[in-house]
Design a protein around this ligand. Structure first.
Ligand code: ADQ
Length: 455
């Protein structure tokens, strides 16, 4: 079996596996370890001069990383990836911008990464590319002569054709995706949207089995909902429980119920709408005042992009407004925290919370929803309140599904969650845990890699 080369925009820092790395990185590291693999991508640093490819080995995996210079970072990362593709793919064309220079930078960095890859690619290597930063990466590799199997997994949603069409070079981009041998999506909805988009191009045929034929090339497509490691999470949550109990007790006392949300601070996660729903809950259910504590953890991300600065300000204002309205000497309803926590604390916090409030406006999957379920005590589980627009909603049918644009509906679901009888909580949780165990992170990567290798 050839080596596995994983390519992603960002390579997790070497040796930082335990502390902050989520299930995704751990799952990928597992695959690379098995296949003597290489993880290739950006090291997260912005350099002033060109830095050569650095290689570091740890536990049988080679980390091959490069820095980006300021212009590349601005155009490829902050620009076309995160100010064009990210908002558009999350249906926020109102926040998307298009700049030709940024697009040129996006293509340039993809080409530069392909150049680097070619310096160590061997004929029997299998290449697995991740996410929207790298849509044209396989095409750049093919131009340089790579004949290897190259697969791609899209972690974020794929939007409807009319939305894709708002990106000026959408035809070129979609066409570039056909240089991959296998395209993986989180849900059938995403895959369908891609097939409907690509079917509109001339000279392209979409077959019943979801394969796409163009110019003698065949690109297969598949649905691979990303999973978590329920076993690990159960251990982490049990270990972190006492620690997080101290944290929750510090503010709320033992009798208060806890509602928890954890997200990157991103406009796609529906944080403002969620705060408003919590406001409505307290407004319409006075008996819950003093008796419920909402903990929102949201570390800032991409803070050099305007729309991210704006959402941060909006949230601060909302948290201040709601806390000002309801707080008392012994109770502050919303604890809004802008920092990261290690996995154990986070999973312990999930386990101590009677409701997981996960309400993105759009999300490819949303691992937090799955982590919340996996972290529960099966004897006395909390209830997941989940947006119907998260990919996870297509699997987690034991959750209370909500529309994140309906604040009254969300408030009602929270009220239901906080008063749900034990038996119903157990039944809903057991069904979801079974799904998580069957479709875990190992199953996700094994299915994708088997399909890619099968050719
Ligand atoms: P994200 O948009 O980053 O991922 P998500 O799936 O929720 O969203 O994953 C976030 C991960 O970071 C989770 O494992 C979570 O526990 C962790 N995390 C979040 N806040 C944290 C904090 N304060 N401290 C420590 N850890 C924190 C993208 C897509 C998703 C898709 C994933 C994986 O947008 O839809 O599910 O990729 O494919």
């Amino acid at each position: 079996m050839g080596r596995l080369i994983v390519v992603s925009n960002r390579v997790a820092p070497v040796g930082d596996e335990k502390r902050n790395t989520g299930g995704l990185a751990v799952g990928l590291l597992g695959a690379m370890r098995e296949a003597g693999g290489i993880w290739f991508g950006w090291n997260g640093q912005v350099t002033t001069t060109a830095a050569p490819l650095a290689r570091q080995e740890k536990n049988g995996i080679t980390f091959a990383t490069i820095g980006l210079n300021k212009r590349d970072y601005r155009q490829y990362y902050s620009g076309f990836s995160n100010a064009t593709l990210w908002p558009t793919f999350h249906y926020r064309i109102d926040l998307a911008r298009f700049d030709r220079n940024e697009y040129a930078g996006y293509q340039r960095v993809n080409a530069m990464l392909a150049d680097e890859l070619m310096t160590f690619l061997q004929t029997d290597d299998v290449v697995w590319v991740h996410d929207y930063h790298l849509l044209p990466f396989a095409q750049a590799c093919r131009k340089r002569g790579a004949l290897n199997p190259i697969g791609f997994f899209l972690h974020i949603p794929f939007p409807e054709p009319q939305v894709v069409a708002t990106i000026p070079p959408h035809q070129e981009l979609m066409r570039a995706m056909l240089s991959y041998d296998l395209l993986g999506f989180q849900t059938e909805t995403d895959r369908r949207a891609f097939l409907n988009t690509i079917a509109q191009q001339s000279g392209v045929q979409v077959h019943e089995d979801g394969s796409v034929h163009a110019e003698g090339n065949v690109t297969r497509t598949g649905v691979y909902p990303i999973g978590v490691s329920p076993g690990h999470i159960a251990e982490e949550s049990a270990a972190g429980r006492d620690l997080s109990r101290q944290i929750t007790r510090g503010v709320s006392g033992d009798t208060r119920k806890v509602v928890v949300s954890v997200d990157r601070l991103d406009y796609s996660k529906g944080l403002v709408e969620r705060f408003c729903a919590f406001d409505t809950l307290l407004e319409t259910t006075p008996e819950l005042r003093h008796r419920v504590q909402f903990i929102q953890i949201a570390p800032p991300s991409r803070s050099d992009i305007n729309s991210y600065q704006l959402i941060r300000k909006q949230l601060e204002a909302e948290a201040g407004r709601i806390n000002g309205k309801f707080s008392d000497l012994d109770w502050v309803p919303i604890r809004y925290i802008n920092k990261s926590y290690d996995r154990r604390t986070l999973m312990g916090l999930f386990r101590n919370a009677q409701a997981g409030f996960v309400t993105p406006l759009r999300d490819g999957m949303n691992l937090v929803a799955k982590e919340y379920v996996a972290a529960q005590d099966p004897e006395d589980p909390g209830v997941l309140v989940l947006s119907r627009f998260a990919g996870a909603a297509q699997e987690l049918d034991g959750a209370l599904l909500v529309n994140p644009y309906d604040r009254t509906g969300m408030a009602e679901a929270l009220r239901t969650a906080l008063s749900m009888p034990l038996e119903e909580r157990q039944a809903r949780h057991a069904g979801m845990l079974q799904v998580l165990k069957t479709a875990d992170i190992d199953a996700w990567r094994n299915r994708f890699l088997e399909d890619l290798r099968r050719g």
